[in-house]
Design a protein around this ligand. Structure first.
Ligand SMILES: Cc1ncc(COP(=O)(O)O)c(C=O)c1O
Length: 464
């Protein structure tokens, strides 16, 4: 294609998008002016935009392209399944081969007695299904008063009515939306940098567990149905909880007959070096585990709500029970075939051993950025990382909302061929798990240069 023609084509796509595609989290005013960066191709850990510029993808699509781009085996599995049978009704008593195989595989990979999977198309709907399951289970076993959920501030669980209500981030709570608030409560974020400041790890952990128990007692132990948490909080700022926090919470859950829901949409499928980290890293046994993203490495939309024998047996004990939940595309054969091929790659390449080797190196290299002025905190685990910028590193005072430092740094990185995610005063990183040590070095070098440029610019603008 000649250059002018290509330019017109790229411009045309950009404009169609700007005029007609309402993106998740659209800011109408700026979107109308600036539109979007149109990505067009990808291979390995790199993505290429419609104009041919290549970027190292520091966000793995969006915490999801775990095995990297361009995996022919997954592409082939998708094509083969679409050709053989793209779809058939999953309701009641018909199924398909990949869904049955995948449900059994998840039972093998998930900890303990999590042997039953409900499928949906994304993390939000998978959390919705978990909520409906809990509601059903508690009522069915004669505990209708157990309808309160305790989630955490800063949590992210999705963007449907219920999953958005489970979220705890104030800045995402828009007064133009309604949220379910009468039975959904939020306790402190396990954020050692801000909330745990001045406490030892043990003290912070006890503080959080005591706060949780107080919340349970305030609501009434007989009224609390479930606790909901991402084992390592992702979009809320990559908070790794203090040691003993989750075991302490689980002990309270056991004491008061409260279910434990682990939202492993981000932390599952190798992001921190394990199939799931609830048990492997934190020693807890969830009653329900929510998975999506890395389940197919983003090659197809798919999520799973995996739950325990205990819940299954309790509901199935009543012969009159119908569990009326699910979707046309629950257990979609093409998506399940993609997941099976994805899992096969992870197993064959022992990808998580690579994560356990390179992940700590990535974190160690990122820590070197602490000497950049206005870097307040660098935190995370393996291939989940976050840099927090502050106006004052001594007082931890935040920059004003309009400073948008995360976005400034991500723009500067983008110019240099690196994609990082801006979230207010944070930059979040979640690369593909195939990342090499050299690519870790590149990310750190580009971030340092980008921060230096942005800080100089902010100085010129009189912001600092
Ligand atoms: C922890 C967690 N749960 C749920 C979701 C929602 O998933 P989805 O966007 O696929 O609906 C996300 C998305 O980022 C997430 O990070």
């Amino acid at each position: 294609m000649n250059t002018d023609l290509h330019h017109n084509y790229a411009q045309d796509v950009w404009d169609k998008d700007r005029q007609h595609f309402v993106h998740p989290w659209t800011h109408f005013e700026s979107f109308d002016k600036a539109g979007s960066l149109v990505m067009n191709e990808a291979k390995g850990a790199y993505v290429t935009d419609i104009n041919g510029k290549r970027y190292l993808d520091g966000i793995g699509g969006l915490w999801c392209v775990n095995v990297g781009y361009g995996r022919e085996e997954i592409v082939q599995a998708i094509a083969d399944q679409a050709r053989k049978m793209p779809f058939f009704n999953p309701f009641v008593d018909t199924t398909n081969v990949p869904a049955a195989e995948l449900a059994a595989k998840l039972a093998e990979l998930a900890p303990g007695d999590l042997n039953h999977a409900m499928f949906s198309s994304g993390g939000s709907t998978a959390n919705d299904s978990a909520y409906r399951l809990i509601q059903y289970y508690q009522r069915d076993r004669g505990k209708p008063e157990k309808r309160h959920i305790i989630a955490r501030k800063e949590a992210y669980h999705g963007s449907t009515y219920i999953s958005a209500s489970l979220c705890g981030k104030e800045s995402d709570r828009n007064p133009n939306f309604e949220y379910q608030t009468d039975n959904i409560h939020h306790v402190s974020t396990p954020d050692p940098y801000r909330i745990g400041d001045g406490m030892s790890e043990e003290e912070f952990s006890s503080f959080l567990v005591e706060e949780f128990e107080q919340k349970v007692l305030e609501i009434g132990a007989d009224a609390v149905a479930a606790f909901w948490a991402e084992p390592i909080m992702g979009a809320g700022g990559v908070h790794v909880p203090p040691q003993n926090y989750f075991t302490g919470i689980q002990a309270i859950c056991d004491k008061y007959d409260i279910l434990f829901v682990a939202d492993e949409v981000v932390t599952g499928f190798g992001r921190v070096g394990h199939w799931f980290c609830s048990n492997d890293m934190f020693g807890i046994q969830p009653d329900i585990l929510v998975s999506a993203k890395g389940l197919t490495s983003g090659y197809q939309p798919l999520a799973a709500t995996i739950f325990s024998d205990r819940i299954y047996k309790s509901i199935s004990a009543n012969p009159g029970n119908w569990f009326q939940n699910g979707f046309t595309y629950s257990g979609h054969p093409v998506a399940c075939a993609a997941a099976l091929a994805n899992i096969e790659i992870m197993e064959r390449e022992d990808l998580f051993a690579h994560v356990r080797e390179v992940g700590p190196y990535f974190m160690e290299r990122l820590q070197t950025l602490r000497d950049v002025p206005h870097v307040g905190d660098v935190r995370g685990s393996h291939f989940m990382a976050c840099i927090e910028y502050v106006a004052n590193t001594d007082t931890k005072e935040k920059f004003g909302y309009d400073v948008n430092i995360g976005k400034r740094v991500s723009n500067a990185a983008e110019k240099r061929g690196l994609i990082v995610r801006p979230v207010g005063h944070l930059n979040v990183l979640s690369p593909c798990l195939i990342l090499t040590k050299e690519q870790c070095d590149t990310i750190v070098d580009v971030l340092r240069d980008s921060m230096t440029e942005v800080l100089a610019e902010m100085k010129t603008d009189g912001v600092i």
